[in-house]
Design a protein around this ligand. Sequence first.
Ligand SMILES: [Zn+2]
Length: 114
Amino acid sequence: MHPLPPCPQCQSSLTYEDGTGQYVCPECGHEWPMTAPEAAAESARVYRDAAGNILQDGDTVTVIKDLKPKGSGGVIKQGTKVKNIRLVDADHDIDCKIEGFGAMSLKSEFVKKV
Ligand SMILES: [Zn+2]
């Protein structure tokens, strides 16, 4: 989330977003459009698992295929449960810890929400 700007008309800090790319001031009723970067921040990336379920930080997922993490020499077996994932804006968009492997990055397309 980004901080909301004060109302340009009355400087009220009680402004809010109306959900359509506009800011609204409840004190004077002024409405004005978000700037492009602000609007982009609002339409933040949506993370989906292999089945199209929306993933969120803290979710538990299972791995849907055997994965060979680079450099580890081991295999993360299909069905491995991964708790408390953290979503990141990267190619491997899930940060997590897997027992026996430690901190790992996974792709959301290879997991399924539990
Ligand atoms: Zn205002």
